[in-house]
Design a protein around this ligand. Structure first.
Ligand SMILES: N[C@@H](CCCC[NH3+])C(=O)O
Ligand SMILES: [Zn+2]
Length: 490
């Protein structure tokens, strides 16, 4: 029997886990609710004890260290085999503040291509004459990414799209009763007939074609599966699911994608709006359920609050499989792309943005700082260096700890004992109770403290002596600022 099954010996990272009994259960009847196997370890007396957590499939005598490790259903998962359809130049153009001139569109397309997205989706050439010209210009750039354009499910649009030089055409039409009744006014029979016509026409031109419903999560499931099955049979390359109003939750996304995966053999794309903040989670779960393509935009810009953001999705998928994501994309380019788009649409990068938010790699609390300095993985799931960024430990505040201060002392090349570092840390906290200290303030304090110790004017615990040294330093600095001529040698 593997040691974990006895509950006596656990991997170190599980040793602090507490087995939580379900209501009214006896220890021996504890099950995981699916196969009758004990979900939690029991000792000989049948009493659950601290540290007796067991993986649900431990009864199979397998060495299972990670409760989230792959299960049979994970064979569907495309977390390590997906494509990004980057739609900043289509969905993103629908952001209220977006206006992209040709030069900006080309700069964004080139940056996305250098980052490594598999597809770039462009506004319909039927939207305006400039949109058509820009689409043609981007097709001529010779990028590695495939270029798609996005059209209504209509032959007039399809005829224009196939002449632009794109690698594929993304066709969309509303299927929910809301959109059928209040938007285009067509029934499912008409939609199906037109979809077949458009798909066969685009295919006849030798380019990719995707058929997507719109407002999929408020569409009738039978209608959806039936039209997807029809277009799959005539050889569509991808079918698309769109959470157009951002109403779906991860379980609904999993269920719909999983069901569709069993019905069609073509690729499955998902397009997820972020109205309730679910867009990244929904994209993740769509991949788990077997989706193959995810729509993104830089910073998530799009209609209303937009769609799955490229950076957030990359962060989430990096956490799932860092090596795969690193091998696929030029991660250090992410910051440049986000800055480019932020500037173009005149917004700031949100402070809580994954990866590039201004404090994404800043550690503050003393306990965190100490652990981070010993091993960054303690409080970081993303490695800043993989994104060309740097970790920062903030120390000029009342939550600071002496370990973080010691690290700064060493960076500055100062020699202080641990007792002295603790002493100067107390002073930082005292000052930070009045106002947060800048890095400059902290460095000055450390230098003054250090020279006081060196000269013998200061010893641990001599608060008044330290205050005197600080006052003297301040006066000298002010004197230098008031009479700069004393610095001159002539
Ligand atoms: N922006 C539209 C189009 C979706 C097409 C899927 N890529 C929507 O959210 O429904
Ligand atoms: Zn959309």
């Amino acid at each position: 029997m593997c040691p974990h099954a006895t509950g006596d010996s656990l991997p170190a990272d599980k040793s602090e886990m507490v087995a939580i009994p379900l209501n009214g259960e006896s220890s021996t009847s504890t099950t995981n609710g699916t196969n009758g196997a004990p979900a939690y370890g029991v000792n000989k007396q049948g009493i659950k004890k601290r540290g007796t957590w067991r993986a649900p499939d431990a009864h199979l005598n397998r060495e299972v260290k990670n409760p989230y490790a792959a299960r049979a259903s994970d064979l569907l998962s495309n977390l390590s085999n997906f494509n990004i359809i980057e739609s900043t130049l289509r969905e993103g153009e629908q952001f209220a503040n977006a206006f992209f001139d040709t030069k900006t569109k080309i700069a964004i397309a080139k940056a996305l291509d250098a980052f490594g997205v598999e597809y770039i989706e462009l506004t319909s050439p039927c939207a305006s004459e400039q949109s058509r010209a820009d689409c043609e210009a981007i097709c001529k750039l010779g990028l590695k990414a495939k270029i798609l354009t996005h059209i209504r499910c209509h032959m007039d649009d399809a005829r224009v799209a196939v002449e632009t030089g794109v690698d594929g055409v993304d066709v969309v039409i509303g299927t929910s009763s809301y959109l059928r009744e209040f938007s285009h006014g067509k029934d499912m029979a008409y939609i199906t007939k037109t979809a077949i016509e458009v798909i066969e026409f685009v295919k006849s031109k030798g380019i990719e074609v995707r058929f997507s419903s719109e407002d999929s999560f408020r569409s009738d499931l039978v209608d959806l599966l039936s039209i997807y099955q029809t277009v799959d049979k005539i050889g569509v390359n991808r079918v698309g699911i769109a959470d157009t109003v951002g109403c779906a939750n991860p379980r609904q996304v999993y269920d719909l994608v999983r069901t569709l995966r069993g019905v069609v053999s073509c690729d499955i794309e998902v397009h997820l709006h972020n109205d309730t903040g679910m867009a990244i989670a929904n994209a993740y779960t769509a991949l788990e359920a077997g989706a193959t393509h995810i729509d993104t935009s830089v910073l998530g810009i799009g209609e209303r609050v937009g769609i799955t953001p490229l950076g957030g999705l990359v962060a989430c998928l990096y956490a799932a499989n860092p090596e795969y994501v690193k091998s696929k994309y030029n991660l250090p380019m992410l910051r440049e792309i986000e800055n480019l788009v932020a500037e173009a649409v005149e917004v700031n990068i949100p402070f809580m943005n994954p990866i590039t938010g201004y404090c994404a790699f800043t550690h503050k609390a003393g306990i965190h700082a100490k652990a981070i300095l010993n091993n960054p993985s303690t409080y970081e799931i993303l490695k800043p260096e993989d994104f060309g960024l740097t970790r920062y430990v903030s120390i000029g505040h009342r939550l600071t700890g002496w370990n973080a201060v010691k690290s700064r002392v060493e960076q500055l090349g100062l020699q202080l004992t641990d007792a002295e570092v603790k002493d100067v840390t107390a002073k930082i906290k005292e000052l930070a109770d009045v106002r947060t200290q800048s890095m400059d303030d902290v460095d000055t304090l450390l230098r003054v403290y250090h020279s006081g110790i060196q000269s013998g004017e200061l010893a641990v615990g001599q608060k008044e002596a330290l205050d005197r040294l600080l006052r003297r330093h301040k006066a000298e600095a002010q004197g230098r600022a008031a009479s700069p001529s004393v610095e001159r040698s002539d």
